[in-house]
Design a protein around this ligand. Sequence first.
Ligand SMILES: Cc1cc2nc3c(=O)[nH]c(=O)nc-3n(C[C@H](O)[C@H](O)[C@H](O)COP(=O)(O)OP(=O)(O)OC[C@H]3O[C@@H](n4cnc5c(N)ncnc54)[C@H](O)[C@@H]3O)c2cc1C
Ligand SMILES: O=C(O)[C@@H]1CCCCN1
Length: 393
Amino acid sequence: MAAAGEPHSSLYDTIVVGAGIQGSFTAYHLAKRGRETLLLEQFPLPHSRGSSHGQSRIIRRAYPQEHYAQMMAESYRLWEQLGAEAGAPLYRQTGLLVLGADTNPEFQRCCQTLVQHRVPGELFTAESLPGRFPGIRPHDGEAAVSDRTAGVLYADRALRTVQDEFRRCGGALHDGQKVTDIKPGVVVTVTTTAGVYRAKSLVITAGPWANKLLAPLRLQLPLQTLRINVCYWKEKVPGAYGVSAHFPCFMAICAPHHIYGLPSNEYPGLMKICYHSGSPADPEEHDRPPEASALPDIERLRDFVSKYLPGVVPEPAVVEHCMYTNTPDEDFVLDRHPEFSNIIIGAGFSGHGFKLAPVVGKLLSQLSVGEEPSYALEPFRIRRFPAPPPAAP
Ligand SMILES: Cc1cc2nc3c(=O)[nH]c(=O)nc-3n(C[C@H](O)[C@H](O)[C@H](O)COP(=O)(O)OP(=O)(O)OC[C@H]3O[C@@H](n4cnc5c(N)ncnc54)[C@H](O)[C@@H]3O)c2cc1C
Ligand SMILES: O=C(O)[C@@H]1CCCCN1
């Protein structure tokens, strides 16, 4: 086994490009199995220009799609295991409320998966909900279902922990090295701004930069990169919507996009409440201030806060930024490159991939060693997208 951080072979089993949560988990699973693994990251770590930074993410089993609800059972176990290995918990159970019109099909599918998977929780009507959670004011015809297993992942800590554990298992992590060229073949050659590396397989988990890396490999996925405003809102009474007051996470099924919130914790007195969409942006422009036309999301959030959360000031107190990489159906891409079978792609996590990263990493590691994946990968195949029209002559 290699000493921490030191490759001892010029030919790696696998190179993973991108040390966000998906690449870091993939590398961790590989190193844990004794594979010689190199994880490459373009920016010095930690950084906040991709999708995996920040203190919090929701973890939940309340999913309308069966395939995610199923994967989440294992994901919880793997998060628990990683926390135990590192000696620090990686999430806090707070519960989650899914709020929606009781006739909404997505709301009903969430209820069904929770029942099918025997997830502990309760169903509330618009009348019964305020008795239990006085901070939320639902409207007539709305209902809520709780997922008691849900909570808040400590995202920054989780990312650092999985990278530390990867190194502890003998993996090499080179940050501040941008991959500038990939030569496919039985042995893949990867050139960075600092060196040339070779491996038997390559995993690309480049977040919003995925299509930039795939273009020279003659592949473009239908990905849309969005800049998301991450908004924090002031509680009128500090702590009233806090984890200590047992306020849960929530996900409101609204059209055209959901609104979700996390109890106050990371910034005392501030609740994180966000819109599940943003404005199209190139990841290189992540830090550019938004144009006025990019703010309808904040208007929608103000309206939601004033209608549903009477104890929260309807004006964002802090706005940070993060990137989504969306597929048209918001399902992930977990697949082999159609031409180069030893190049594996993990992309399009569509704003909901953090909680699933332990399982995603396992699946990508299985694909890269040529093993049968533990879950059916049909929902995640590249071929579900219509082929792009041929380029004009
Ligand atoms: C505001 C917001 C809220 C979210 N909320 C939730 C939530 O509550 N629950 C949940 O489960 N998920 C949530 N998500 C989604 C989740 O955070 C993402 O799905 C996940 O972080 C995606 O990780 P990634 O590794 O694919 O991408 P990234 O974190 O972007 O990682 C990709 C990495 O690749 C590197 N890279 C790119 N190109 C190169 C190159 N050429 N050479 C070397 N390195 C390269 C990048 O620098 C980057 O570090 C949220 C996302 C956002 C933005
Ligand atoms: O993955 C999640 O749980 C959050 C909340 C809902 C919208 C997407 N992101």
